[in-house]
Write a protein that binds this ligand. Structure first.
Ligand SMILES: Cc1cc2nc3c(=O)[nH]c(=O)nc-3n(C[C@H](O)[C@H](O)[C@H](O)COP(=O)(O)O)c2cc1C
Length: 200
């Protein structure tokens, strides 16, 4: 098949591309509103984008009404967020956080998750997450109807059991993150790994 993208309806193009560009990591993003209320939502248009300085990016869209999702509104107001990574144990609770709750209703309690204080930013991290990245908004790009939030990663939390302090590395077989696969409901586990040495 060859597909010229502008012949497809927007949601078809989304479905096609989101099913092809896989697996995608999932950021379960915690933010806090100007009113102090905590919000949590998953985003798979997400990745690490650089290390000097450490940056990540994710893309919270608009609701069907055209109003930005709460995560985007909160970052616009407070300029901080925490990316909580999602492993197999957290997958179902992550999915519950995607429910469209009324603005200000706490998804963490809805999903049965606990928050823990962050060190450098106001939004809390998720206690159950295998790792959390405290971020300060560097800037947000608006590209057509897309919104890409770019964050400077300021502080990292990793559960001790996934970290080798001697080598200052994540244990190779420890962290079982999940990936987003075909849109809308497919995921993958990442336990089946192989090593491939890079050519010199
Ligand atoms: C695994 C997963 C990945 C998602 N990725 C995105 C995404 O990249 N961008 C987006 O706008 N919505 C994404 N969503 C939908 C949002 O999580 C959902 O709209 C959520 O209710 C937004 O919450 P908020 O209004 O509290 O920010 C995703 C949902 C799931 C389950």
């Amino acid at each position: 098949m060859e597909i010229k993208l502008d012949t497809l309806a927007t949601n078809r193009a989304y479905g096609l591309l989101a099913s092809l560009v896989t697996p995608r990591p999932i950021a379960l993003v915690t933010t806090i509103g100007a009113d102090g209320r905590v919000n949590a939502a998953p985003f798979s248009f997400f990745n690490l984008m650089g290390a000097r300085p450490p940056i990540c990016a994710f893309a919270p869209g608009d609701r069907d009404s055209g109003i930005p999702k709460d995560t985007a509104l909160n970052i616009r107001a407070t300029h901080e967020f925490v990316v909580n990574l999602v492993d197999e144990a957290l997958a179902e609770a992550m999915n519950r956080c995607a429910a469209s709750l009324p603005h200000g209703e706490n998804e963490l309690s809805h999903a049965g998750l606990q928050s823990a204080p962050s060190r450098m930013v106001k939004p809390p991290r998720i206690l159950e997450a295998p790792a959390s990245l405290e971020c300060v908004e560097w800037g947000t790009l608006q590209i057509g109807e897309n919104r890409m939030v770019i964050g400077l990663i300021k502080y990292v939390h990793v559960q001790d059991r996934f970290y080798d302090p001697e080598k200052q590395r994540i244990l190779p077989q420890g962290l079982m993150t999940v990936g987003r696969m075909a849109s809308p409901d497919w995921y993958c586990k990442t336990g089946d790994r192989f090593e491939m040495k890079r050519p010199d």
